[in-house]
Design a protein around this ligand. Structure first.
Ligand SMILES: [Zn+2]
Length: 79
């Protein structure tokens, strides 16, 4: 877990952390270079109480597949 996630799971009550984790797990990060995807939670991200109106957003990630640090797309993984 990344620092932000460790901090949040240490501070917040477990049921809230579970909701946050399951909500985050509906999202994935797709590398802009090679197209590899990984679950947003594993990428260190947290998405909570955001609506589907902003269903795609951009971020920067270090891709575990190609190793490059570049723009990536955060998108719903459940369609
Ligand atoms: Zn990549």
């Amino acid at each position: 877990m990344k620092l932000l996630q460790r901090t949040i799971t240490a501070i917040l009550p477990a049921p809230m952390v579970e909701r946050m984790r399951s909500e985050t797990n509906r999202w994935q990060v797709r590398c802009g270079a090679c197209g590899a995807t990984q679950p947003l939670w594993e990428a260190g991200g947290i998405r909570y109480k955001k609506t589907a109106t902003a269903s795609v957003s951009a971020t920067i990630m270090a891709c575990p597949n190609c190793g490059c640090l570049r723009d990536a797309v955060v998108e719903r993984s459940d369609g």
